[in-house]
Design a protein around this ligand. Sequence first.
Ligand code: GCB
Length: 658
Amino acid sequence: MNLFCRMWSSFMLPACIYFIIITINGIQCRISAGGILYPKESESRDVRTLDGIWNFRLSPENDHLTGFRERWFQKDLSQTGEVIPMPVPASYNDITQDKNIRDHLGLVWYDRTFFVPEVWRQNLVWLRFGSVHYTAQVWVNGHLIMSHEIGHLPFQADITAVVKFGAKNRVTVAVDNTLHQTSVPQGYFTELHTHNGTKVVQTYTFDFFNYAGIHRPVHLYTTPSVYIDDISVHTDVRGDTGIIKYNVTYGGRLRASSQGPSCYVDLLDRDGNYIIRDAGSGRLQGELEVPVARLWWPYLMDPEPGYMYTLQVTGLLPIEQWGIEDTYRLPVGIRTVEWSNSSILINGRPIYMRGFGQEEECELRGKGLDYTLIVKDHNLIKWVGANSYRTSHYPYAEEIMDFADKEGIIIIDECPSVDTENFSPALLEKHKDSLSELIRRDKNRPSVIFWSLANEARTHLNGADAYFRAVSEHVRRLDPKRPITMALARGVGEDRTGQYLDMIGFNRYNSWYVHAGRTEIIRNNVVAETSAWHQKYNKPIMLMEYGADTLAGLHLYPDYVWSEEFQVEMMSKHFEAFDILRQQGFFVGEMIWNFADFKTAQSTTRVGGNKKGIFTRNRQPKNSAHYLRKRYWALAEELDNVIPPKNMDHYITSKTHH
Ligand code: GCB
């Protein structure tokens, strides 16, 4: 599919949201390019979900543009041919018994109908998608209202002009999962010669299944016609006073003569008590001082981690003009982040990250949001005594991030760039866009301590230097207050990009991809390489990935690759190395690959997917999970002064059990 998008932005009024007008296949549409606040109910806003069972059909494999030519978006999808039921949110790949759906390349179509209540007439009506992978075009009642490229990130549009009251509305979505050299992440194509002729299939180098579909919740929501478009906060601490700097922007059509909107802000504590009232005397920017502030702390660094206040922003719109108010409540954690060439500090205390690389996926639903999974995963993270994870290799759902904020989990927030190569200006722009959208979405989250620019980019190649300098400058412009990192994988000597980072993360599979089975190399290699990274760049260093595929239930002793015994032995040798490195003062974290087993593209090196999880894909512990739990709690005891749970060891004799 060729989307030829011409973009320009037009500012409606200073301090107002701006819109991007895009022309797709000759049709103009307007999408919001302002804030992307999560839809929340309030006195002035209503929210409805469009999640549920949608109609679904594939484009014919040999003619992807049929749906556009035949204008499928102008009628019910069921009138265009056979449709099947498809859950939203979910990836469509594993829902049916049909291999053609699992492995489909190109366009698929979804639609559903909905009604809106009469009382919404006074408002703007918005349609918001939490994430659609990879490219989406959305029509409401046959009008193209938005398009978005890059999965894992939300997008929305004001659909007031096309929504019908007192009649059925229809939303149609065309989703294209095709990845190419200038998509983020990149993908490639291979031609297969089959008995039915030549077939083009997608290939990719990243190691997770290219799940596609409407992955996250779809919301309809309302705002007043002039509304709070975005809120940005930055926090600081002076003595025992917490500082919250806020900046509010408006969207909507204000009359030029207007004296402009204003707002007041209240701050509420975790229990809903007012701490500060009517601050800021109407200004859209201001600074709140919170006496004896409760700080946001990571899990196990404080008896009450993840403490969040609520910033209640009420927009006041000039009474002679509209006489309306808009209220939005934003959770805020007060904390500081600082970094040096050897450490990362939260609230002035150095942190040591003990955590995971993760994947956002599970059986059946693929990358579809699943509240059960979110709660289970965070229970497991806390059970193990971990304090951090990396959203490898793309932004995770806002609902997951909300949980990390509240539980006090340190997040390395990664954009969807994986194995980046073939550097080009077009790719660079896309890569920067993915980070702009990520930062726009997650900038207020206390759990987000780092921005990760990419995973395992080919940082030894010509062009990598200029490319990542540009990417890192872009991120620093957008957010100078958080450190930047990246998961590097090339050798220390050949890397050209570490200079642009504040913390070096590297991925290395000693005794797996490097000398399989040879656990005796681990300690030396890990210590030597980590020290070399520090020597080259003089930055804090962490091991972002190490691990071994492990088939749950396979036992081989002495330890042998793929067995549970091997995974534990491999970890044990890494732990020895980490403890040597911890003495050297610049080693700031260890993250095992992976939290749980996950699905990948088909390959001879993957048995039903990647099996490096310490939990199985349905979240049952391998032996390694119990072992990791002992280490992470021992680290918590040593570094955070907490008492580990009592149920770590089983009874043996009265002498060993206390
Ligand atoms: C890596 C990648 C990760 C893979 C892992 C592996 O370096 O970052 O996406 O899954 O190795 O298991 O090969």
